[in-house]
Write a protein of this length. Sequence first.
Length: 229
Amino acid sequence: GLAEVLSTMVLAQIINPGCPCFMSIIPAIIDPRSGDYVYSSTSAQIANVAAVQLAHYYGVPAYQGASYGGSCYELNRWQVGKENVYLPLLATLAGADMCFSISLIGDDNIWHPARICFDREINEAINIIGQGVEVNGDTLAFDTIRNVGPRGHYLDKEHTANNLPKLWDFSFLFQKSENSETKWKDLEELAWEEIRWIINNHHVPELEPKVQSELKQIIQAGEKELPLS
């Protein structure tokens, strides 16, 4: 709660004055019938917004908006999508400085690889909503509107071609099956295909020798201070 977070921030300032801090309070309720820790309840969503306001009241950034686990139900179901949109969306609209949400289901008990793809879709949409609409001469495109007139269209205009792709990223979760004779692919199946491709094809670039040397020094210093054995 608030008292625990504030006391930790005070302790951090005593140890290291000026240490950058942020506030993160994860509200939830307990289901009295099952004992489950429910992050996605309506009450938790409202409290999540209040946590953003409390952080800003104390003058620190708010790190809120987790879709921490969402529903205990299966991944590719409407309830999971519904529950895991509200918390980060409301936190963003309330002015949260940072939001987090990745791949947790079952009330934060299960890490689901395919859920990364679903969360990516959710967070991309929330990011676009949070950025709002930029209003200037280029986005309003008065010249294009004037040239098209009341009975024309904008599909063949350069302004449309340049700006339409920026409005929304392509969603691979909603792409059609390569075989036009078959029905659309299951969304969870597509997500698993993407995760498998990433695992098989992504290669982490090596760190620069200088960075590797610094990391080794940090590890060695830590092992001397806190021996593992």
